[in-house]
Design a binder for this molecule. Structure first.
Ligand SMILES: Nc1ncnc2c1ncn2[C@@H]1O[C@H](COP(=O)(O)OP(=O)(O)OP(=O)(O)O)[C@@H](O)[C@H]1O
Ligand SMILES: [Mg+2]
Length: 301
């Protein structure tokens, strides 16, 4: 997706961005924004606007539809372009590099800056929308606004959680956020799911992860999506990433989420390293994370 946008970025002119952000504002009020409204928000007049609409449509940053009237909306590429523009104006990033992970709910790319960063585009609403579309044959309009809204909310929540727990918890350092995109420190290491740990190390790595969960709890957060796919392991320790669904510890489901997080991560180690792992009651583990008494799973075996 953004692979297409990165080269397009260089060709875009300031007026193209007036158009895109005018359309973004219009989309707060309607799914398909009429030309008159775009003119109002973007402050582009007749001919100039037609020219910009054509340019942006050709680059697939916007799309048009004629029902009773001709309306326009941003595509996700258009939304990507707006976020990239903001990051470049703020000098957060200088360019976009190779993909780091393209998942169901997000696209993550390397970003160039004073040091290598990671740029995560949330696609949450879009994913649901694609699935809904495939499974139930809904028309494209139904979820359009929520599609942008959901992705932006996810990025805001992730950035907020990272800021709240960094640096006490080992998470990627948050660097910036715009719309549906979050910029953060690029992590080295490998995903826990792909890591080949020495069996003797397995218990200590699990302890390190549980220590981070305990610290997150102390800082007021439960991750709520803990799994072997959201932890990086490196020679100097573990890092927990992917925080958009994190909840504050006073959330009504925080207790259930922490129980589930513990069960997920402990059961992964039990499956993968059955001979090394002691029998553990995961709810008891969660309890010690909550009351701050966690001091290694061996003590709980
Ligand atoms: N800060 C980072 N540094 C390096 N790689 C990263 C970083 N953040 C994410 N990644 C890579 O991108 C992938 C997806 O990131 P993340 O888990 O945050 O998103 P996701 O929405 O869970 O994606 P999925 O739906 O596939 O689980 C990760 O598995 C990881 O390989
Ligand atoms: Mg993930």
């Amino acid at each position: 997706m953004v692979q297409n946008v990165a080269p397009v970025m260089a060709e875009l002119e300031p007026e193209d961005f007036y158009l895109l952000s005018g359309l973004e504002q219009g989309m707060r009020f309607s799914r398909w924004v009429a030309q008159g409204k775009i003119a109002e928000f973007s402050r582009l007049d007749g001919e100039e606007m037609t020219y910009r609409l054509d340019r942006c449509e050709k680059r697939e940053l916007i799309e048009r539809k004629t029902i009773q009237y001709t309306g326009f909306r941003l595509t996700f590429e258009g939304y990507d372009a707006l976020a990239l523009r903001t990051f470049s104006e703020r000098e957060t990033i200088e360019g976009v590099g190779a993909p780091l992970g393209v998942g169901k709910e997000s696209d993550v790319y390397e970003a160039r800056s004073y040091k290598p960063l990671a740029l995560k585009f949330h696609r949450e609403g879009y994913t649901n929308f694609r699935e809904v579309n495939r499974e139930r044959k809904y028309t494209a309009d139904n979820d359009h606004i929520s599609w942008f809204y959901t992705a932006r909310k996810a990025a805001e929540r992730e950035h907020e959680a990272l800021r709240a727990v960094y640096p006490e918890v080992s998470v990627p350092q948050p660097v910036g956020q715009s719309r549906h995109a979050v910029v953060m420190e690029k992590l080295d290491g490998v995903e826990l799911s792909k890591a080949k740990l020495d069996p003797e190390q397995a218990v200590s790595v699990l302890d390190l992860i549980l220590d981070e969960m305990a610290e997150a709890y102390r800082q007021g957060y439960v991750h709520a999506d803990m799994s072997e796919y959201n932890v990086f392991v490196a020679t100097d320790g573990v890092t927990v990433f992917d925080w958009p669904q994190a909840v504050p510890t006073d959330h009504e489901n925080a207790e259930a989420f922490l129980d589930r997080d513990c069960a997920n991560i402990v059961s992964y180690f039990q499956r993968k390293y059955p001979n090394e792992m002691p029998e553990i009651d995961t709810e008891r583990v969660a309890e010690t994370l909550r009351d701050g008494s966690f001091d290694g799973i061996r003590l709980l075996a």
